[in-house]
Design a protein around this ligand. Structure first.
Ligand SMILES: *[C@@H]1O[C@H](CO)[C@@H](O)[C@H](O)[C@H]1NC(C)=O
Length: 158
């Protein structure tokens, strides 16, 4: 029994190590940033991809901005070119309105007066994706601390 359970713990440590080894973790501090598009990290997801997004110290240059126009999404390079085309053609005014992007978190979901959130997102379409923040309010400057962790659960026995 004892040797069986220590073998199991060894296996768990190994599995944990493997998933850490293939993770992409990034911490960024954004301060009074007016960019309409803020790219973060790029990662190759498999069919078992996970994205953890932790945002804190969120603040805006104007009071009560329209939060539906602010949010995180992931996008492949090819689909990003299609989004730019949609904007150019006047089909949409903001990347967040596109049916091509995969929305991760719209700031409209924030609870009232919250200055941050934690979000867990599953990605099952394998591809190379970039995590992006869209600010579709031309006058707005945004500040926030962003921690993102992207990884795949392949090889995991759980
Ligand atoms: C980040 O968010 C994920 C998903 O909600 C959560 O499991 C994790 O504990 C959070 N990490 C930190 C450092 O807050």
């Amino acid at each position: 029994m004892a040797s069986g359970s220590s073998f199991f713990s060894l296996l768990l440590i190994l599995v944990a190590f493997i998933s850490i080894a293939t993770a992409e973790i990034r911490f960024s501090e954004i301060r009074s940033d007016p960019r309409p598009i803020i790219p973060f990290d790029e990662f190759g997801f498999t069919h078992n991809g996970r994205l953890e997004l932790n945002v804190s110290k969120l603040s805006f240059s104007t009071a009560e901005p329209d939060l539906t126009k602010l949010g995180f999404f992931i996008c492949t390079r090819d689909s990003w070119l299609q989004v730019l085309q949609q904007i150019e053609d006047g089909e949409i005014a903001c990347a967040l309105q596109s049916n091509i992007i995969k929305e991760v978190y719209n700031l409209n979901l924030l609870s009232k007066d919250a200055t941050g959130f934690n979000h867990y997102y599953l990605q099952s379409d394998a591809d190379q994706y970039t995590l992006v923040f869209a600010n579709c309010l031309p006058q707005l400057k945004i500040s926030m601390n962003v921690r993102s962790a992207m990884y795949n659960l392949d090889g995991c026995l759980l």
